[in-house]
Design a protein around this ligand. Structure first.
Ligand SMILES: [Zn+2]
Length: 107
């Protein structure tokens, strides 16, 4: 087994289709090891991510965070926290998990 580490990519190795960044247009849930067929060429692919747990925690935290923001939307302090803490953290988290995800051919 001399599986050389291929260059990680969100592109289909067969046709170059790119796994979408946005959650709504992704063909599958972003779960590590989940298999799916390329929407363009039907090649069997597997989704990989190294930040799956982080992504799940982050997704779970979104709901209470949004609820809090809604409940205390008149609070200036919370607005500040939201703008200067939660939002930047959300952006960083999004960048990290997107960088650590890739797709490969099913072996
Ligand atoms: Zn393809």
């Amino acid at each position: 087994m001399t599986n050389k580490k291929l260059e990680r990519s969100r592109r289909c190795p067969a046709c170059g289709w790119k796994f979408p960044i946005s959650k709504v247009s992704a063909p599958i849930d972003r779960v590590d090891g989940k298999t799916f067929n390329c929407p363009d060429c039907k090649t069997a692919l597997v989704y990989r991510t190294e930040s799956g747990p982080m992504y799940r925690i982050f997704t779970l935290m979104t709901i209470p965070a949004v609820t809090l923001m809604f409940l205390y939307r008149d609070s200036a302090l919370l607005e500040t926290i939201g703008a200067f803490v939660i939002l930047p953290l959300a952006i960083i988290a999004a960048v990290i998990w997107r960088r650590s995800e890739f797709i490969e051919l099913v072996k």
